[in-house]
Design a binder for this molecule. Structure first.
Ligand SMILES: Cc1cc2nc3c(=O)[nH]c(=O)nc-3n(C[C@H](O)[C@H](O)[C@H](O)COP(=O)(O)OP(=O)(O)OC[C@H]3O[C@@H](n4cnc5c(N)ncnc54)[C@H](O)[C@@H]3O)c2cc1C
Length: 432
């Protein structure tokens, strides 16, 4: 094995945000790409988690052979998809390809679906029948939906009342429905129970739909029926909704009896103890679980998510298999793109360390969630996490949340930071 200069590796890690003066990776390999030498990594999923792992393994140790399996030729981000519903950005803004990962970093991207994993034989089967061998496997498939939790709801009904909780055709369908809603009509969101992808996401979404209605349908109303008693950044969203949209948005939680139990498609009505409510556009965001392949691979526990070591993200069920992103149980870290990418960097360092028989460096994970309440009105929450007694926990005093009662100037600055965050994280993962 040729030697990578420690200085070069530490520089790469610094860019990843995990440099440490005590970092133990001293002798990884160099630019020799000819041989994988027992260093074959297969990654399932090319979203925030999987693409980050792919890029950073190649940055830390370019001699590792990295194959990423992702059915889509381009990836549309959920972050920013609410801005699209408001008409603030277009589909191109949200869409990223895998060219830089392929050509600059040497990641082998296969546009296939992984259909099976044999964790004993260390193989992954693809839907074209091909079988790939791995030394380490990373699974980052995102989420799947629990359709049968609400009577009358199903995968087919989701094409009529789109969840749009995976960005793509349903996001475009929901935008069309919002644009075609009658003047003075009602938009109804059925919010998901915990745990789910992107805790502030539903509330940013109704904010962005209000932004659209304010311009194009000012007498429209928005109602949220929520099976939870509270939600992320609730006080800040409430302040913004009152200040920017007056009475347009009404929110009801489970304490109001707002847990929806039944849906009738024909009459566009949802049922709960709160009331029977009819609406012109209905956005049902169902309960969630880990992406299907995580179940097929036997990586989930009774919770429907994947238990992992909180430093390395190695599965607690299958050795040499790692799970990052929404599908894994990462203690107090929210299921977000930023979390998935942060975990992806730690996981890449863990894999490079283990493949080169080096100690794992100390880890820290970070999450930042920006939400737009209006085009020029942003709020945010930041958390830094460490492994405390086997669970990722927020470090007290590190991170924070936007302050209540801030000036419009401060809210505008946060909205600008939100757009900068999007540009920098998507550039880091897919375009640099
Ligand atoms: C409306 C909305 C707004 C959001 N806003 C933000 C935000 O502002 N900031 C933020 O940080 N996060 C945000 N999020 C959350 C963010 O989108 C997710 O947390 C993030 O995408 C998780 O990354 P992941 O890699 O786990 O999954 P994904 O990014 O979903 O990637 C999973 C990939 O795996 C692929 N895949 C699945 N199964 C297979 C298989 N069997 N074989 C091969 N490939 C497979 C899929 O095609 C997909 O591309 C938002 C989410 C929503 C819904």
């Amino acid at each position: 094995m040729q030697k990578l200069q420690r200085r070069t590796l530490v520089k790469a890690l610094a860019a990843a945000g995990i440099a440490s003066s005590t970092f133990g990776l001293q002798a990884c390999s160099s630019n020799d790409k000819s041989q994988a030498n027992g260093k074959r990594v297969v990654i399932i999923g090319g979203g925030f988690g999987g693409s980050t792992v792919a890029k950073y393994i190649k940055r830390f140790d370019s001699s590792t052979q990295v194959t990423m399996i992702e059915p889509k030729k381009t990836y549309m981000t959920c972050p920013g998809s609410n801005w699209y519903l408001a008409g603030l950005v277009d589909v191109d803004y949200l869409t990223h390809d895998y060219e830089t990962l392929k050509t600059k970093h040497g990641v082998n991207v296969l546009h296939q679906m992984a259909t099976g994993v044999d964790a004993v034989a260390k193989t992954v089967t693809l839907d074209n029948g091909e079988v790939l061998e791995y030394d380490r496997l990373v699974v980052s498939p995102g989420i799947d939906f629990i359709y049968d939790a609400i009577e009358g709801y199903s995968e087919e009904v989701a094409e009529i009342f789109p969840h749009a909780w995976k960005a793509g055709p349903q996001t475009e369908l929901l935008a069309k429905q919002i644009q075609e809603m009658p003047q003075g009509g009602r938009f109804l969101m059925v919010a998901p129970p915990n745990p789910y992808r992107c805790s502030p996401g539903p509330y940013e979404r109704v904010s962005m739909i209000a932004e659209y209605f304010k311009k194009h349908n000012p007498t429209a109303t928005i109602m949220v029926l929520d099976p939870k008693t509270k939600f992320s950044k609730q006080a800040l969203f409430g302040e913004g909704w009152r200040d920017v949209y007056g009475q347009m948005i009404e929110w009801y939680g489970s304490q109001d009896g707002a847990t929806v139990t039944k849906i009738d498609v024909a009459s566009k009505t949802v049922y709960s103890d709160f009331d029977e409510v009819s609406a012109d556009v209905i956005n049902v965001i169902p309960a969630q679980k880990a992406g299907k392949i995580a179940f097929t691979a036997g990586l989930t526990d009774d919770s429907g998510w994947c238990p992992v070591d909180q430093d390395t993200f190695e599965s607690k069920i299958h050795k040499d298999v790692f799970v990052v992103g929404d599908a894994c149980i990462a203690g107090a870290m929210p299921k977000s793109g930023h979390s998935a990418s942060s975990q992806g960097k730690m996981c890449a360092a863990a894999i490079v360390s283990s493949l080169n028989n080096l100690p794992m460096p100390p880890t820290r994970n970070v999450n930042t969630c920006y939400s737009l309440v209006a085009e020029d009105y942003g709020i945010s929450v930041v958390g830094v996490y460490e492994n405390k007694d086997g669970r990722l926990s927020g470090i007290p005093g590190a991170g924070g949340v936007s302050k209540a009662g801030a000036s419009l100037q401060e809210r505008k600055m946060e909205a600008d930071y939100a757009r900068s965050w999007y540009q920098s994280i998507t550039k880091d993962i897919w375009h640099s």
